[in-house]
Design a protein around this ligand. Structure first.
Ligand code: SF4
Length: 486
C-alpha cells in the first residue's frame, strides 16, 4: 500500500490517518501505475480521497464548510472512506497523537468542561467510549502529581545502549555486548557516562534544580559487567543526593544478564525500583523474538531480586509478539500476576522499520491484539490500576501501551516524561534532554540531543558537554521572565 498526498492540508496527519488502517504503508511521490494506494487531495475549498485496493477503486469528495480546519476536514473524509472500505473500527478513532491523556490535561487546563473533553474524544476523534474512559481514569489518577509539579524539579536519565542479544522487534540503537568490537567500547562508554553525570549534577546545582527521580535505562543496564555496574552506581551514589530522590529506577531488563551479584549492587547503591521484563512467559515466543532465556529464568531472576531486597519491581509484557495467541498472552498475564510485582507494563507490539521483525517477517501473522489487551481486566481484578498510557506510530491495530500499578506504586518517572511534567536531563548515547517549564499549556519545551551511537558519544564527548550549556541559558531566560525582565 502506498500513500500519495496533494495540497497544503495533505501532510503528516493525513499520512498517519492512512496508516491507522495500513500500518506499513509507504509515502510515494506519484500515483503508481499498478498496486494499491491511498490518495488524499486538498484543494482550496474541496477535499478528495481515493482508495485503490485489489483492483477496485473507491473515492469520496466533499465541499469544505467556510472556516473549517482544512487538515481535519481532509483527515475526516479519508478516515470515513477507509473505515467503510476496510471494515475496521479503530479503537482510538482518528487520533494520531501519542499522548491521549495529555489532551485531557491540556483541555482541562484551558477551562474545558467535562462534556467538552468527552466531545473532543468521542466526536472529534471518533474514539471509542472505552478508550476515552481509560484515558480519563488515568488523567484523574495523575492529577495530584501534576498539581504538585514544581517548575524547578527535574529528573535524570542515564542510558546504557548495550544488550546481551538483539530482540527481533527492537529498533533501538543497542549493541550486542558479546561481540569483540562492542566489548572494547563498554568501559570507555561507562567512563564517559560517569563524567557526563558529574557535569549534570553541577549543571542542576547551577540552575537551582531539584532532582526528583533518577532512571537508568537502555538497552539493558545489567548487560554491563558487575564491576562496571558497581562503578556507575557507585559514581551516582557519590555524586547525587540519593536521599532527596522520590524514586530511583534501574531497568534490570533481561534475566540472561542479571544475576544475584548485580541485583545486590542495584540494592546496595540505592535503586528503589527495578524492572525485570519477561515480555512473554512462553518459551517458544521468547525464541521467536531472539531471547536466549526461558520463562523459568525470569521466575528465578524475580525470586533472586526479592531475595536481594527489591520491594518495587516492574515487569513488561508485550501483546502481539510473533507466534503468541490470545490464550498464550492471557497465560503470561496470569504468570506475571502470580509473581505479584508492584508494576506490570503492557505494551502492544510496534513494528519499527529498523527492526529485524519488520525486515525479516513483513508478512508475519499476528493474533488478535485487541482481544489480548481485553484480557488486562485480569490486572484490575488482581488490584492493579492503570496509571500511564502512551501510543506509538506503527503499533499493531493502532493500540496503546499502559503502565499498571498497585496503589501508591506508580512510577513517577514514567508520568513525568510522558506528560512532560518537568525537565529530564539525559546522559549517554541517544540521550534526549527535554527542558520543560510546566504550569502553562504549551509551556516552553526545548530539546538537546546527545549523539546516537556509543562510538560518536565517546569520540565527540566535548561537544556533548558544550551542548548542555543550553540548559543554563534556558533557566536563566526563565528566571529573567519570572522577574519580569524582557
Ligand atoms: S532488551 Fe530492549 S533494547 Fe535490548 S535488544 Fe531487546 S528490545 Fe532492544
Amino acid at each position: 500500500m502506498q500513500i500519495i498526498l496533494r495540497g497544503t492540508a495533505a501532510g503528516y496527519e493525513a499520512e498517519h490517518t492512512a496508516r491507522i488502517f495500513f500500518p506499513g504503508a509507504e509515502k510515494a511521490p506519484q500515483v503508481p501505475a499498478a498496486g494499491d494506494f491511498v490518495l488524499a487531495v486538498s484543494h482550496a475549498q474541496t477535499d478528495f480521497v481515493l482508495l485503490r485496493r485489489g483492483g477496485g477503486l473507491r473515492w469520496r469528495s466533499a465541499l469544505r464548510a467556510p472556516g473549517a480546519d482544512a487538515e481535519y476536514a481532509l483527515c475526516s473524509l479519508l478516515y470515513s472512506l477507509l473505515k467503510e472500505q476496510t471494515g475496521q473500527q479503530p479503537p482510538w478513532g482518528m487520533m494520531t497523537g501519542v499522548r491521549p491523556v495529555r489532551i485531557i490535561h491540556d483541555l482541562r487546563a484551558m477551562g474545558a468542561t467535562e462534556q467538552q473533553v468527552e466531545d473532543r474524544f468521542l466526536r472529534h476523534f471518533a474514539c471509542s467510549p472505552q478508550k476515552f474512559a481509560l484515558a480519563r481514569e488515568i488523567a484523574d489518577r495523575q492529577r495530584p502529581l501534576l498539581d504538585a509539579a514544581d517548575p524547578m524539579d527535574c529528573s535524570v536519565y542515564a542510558g546504557i545502549p548495550f544488550c546481551p542479544t538483539r530482540c527481533s522487534y527492537c529498533s533501538f540503537v543497542s549493541r550486542t555486548v558479546g561481540d569483540k568490537a562492542t566489548q572494547a567500547l563498554v568501559q570507555p562508554y561507562v567512563d564517559a557516562l560517569c563524567r557526563e553525570l558529574t557535569e549534570i549534577r553541577a549543571l542542576a546545582d547551577r540552575c537551582g534544580l531539584r532532582i526528583r527521580t533518577f532512571y537508568i535505562g537502555g538497552g539493558t543496564p545489567t548487560s554491563l559487567s558487575a564491576a562496571q555496574l558497581e562503578q556507575l552506581m557507585g559514581h551516582i551514589a557519590a555524586t547525587f543526593d540519593l536521599g532527596g530522590l522520590a524514586e530511583y529506577t534501574v531497568e534490570a531488563g533481561r534475566p540472561d544478564c542479571t544475576d544475584a551479584e548485580k541485583l545486590r549492587i542495584l540494592k546496595q547503591y540505592g535503586a528503589t525500583r527495578i524492572s525485570i521484563n519477561p515480555q512473554t512467559f512462553s518459551d517458544q515466543v521468547l525464541r521467536n523474538i531472539g531471547r536466549r532465556h526461558t520463562a523459568q529464568d525470569i521466575i528465578d531472576c524475580f525470586a533472586a531480586a526479592r531475595a536481594a531486597g527489591h520491594d518495587n519491581i516492574n515487569m513488561d509484557l508485550i501483546a502481539g509478539l510473533p507466534g503468541d495467541t490470545v490464550e498464550g498472552f492471557a497465560g503470561s498475564l496470569e504468570q506475571a500476576v502470580a509473581l505479584d510485582p508492584e508494576n506490570i507494563t503492557v505494551h502492544t507490539l510496534t513494528l519499527k522499520r529498523a527492526s529485524n521483525l519488520v525486515v525479516e517477517h513483513r508478512a508475519a501473522d499476528y493474533d488478535d491484539v485487541a482481544a489480548m489487551l481485553e484480557r488486562c481486566t485480569l490486572l484490575q481484578r488482581a488490584g492493579y490500576a492503570p496509571y500511564y498510557l502512551y501510543r506509538q506510530k506503527g503499533t499493531l491495530q493502532n493500540l496503546e501501551n499502559i503502565g499498571w500499578s498497585k496503589p501508591g506504586r506508580e512510577c513517577l518517572y514514567n508520568i513525568y516524561i510522558m506528560e512532560e511534567v518537568h525537565t529530564i536531563l539525559s546522559a549517554g548515547a541517544g540521550g534526549s534532554t527535554k527542558l520543560v517549564i510546566p504550569g502553562k499549556r504549551h509551556g516552553k519545551i526545548e530539546r538537546i540531543f546527545n549523539f546516537k551511537y556509543p562510538t560518536e558519544y565517546i569520540d565527540r564527548f566535548a561537544e556533548i558537554l558544550d551542548r548542555k550549556r543550553r540548559v543554563e541559558d534556558f533557566y536563566e531566560h526563565y528566571a529573567a521572565q519570572k522577574a519580569g525582565q524582557p
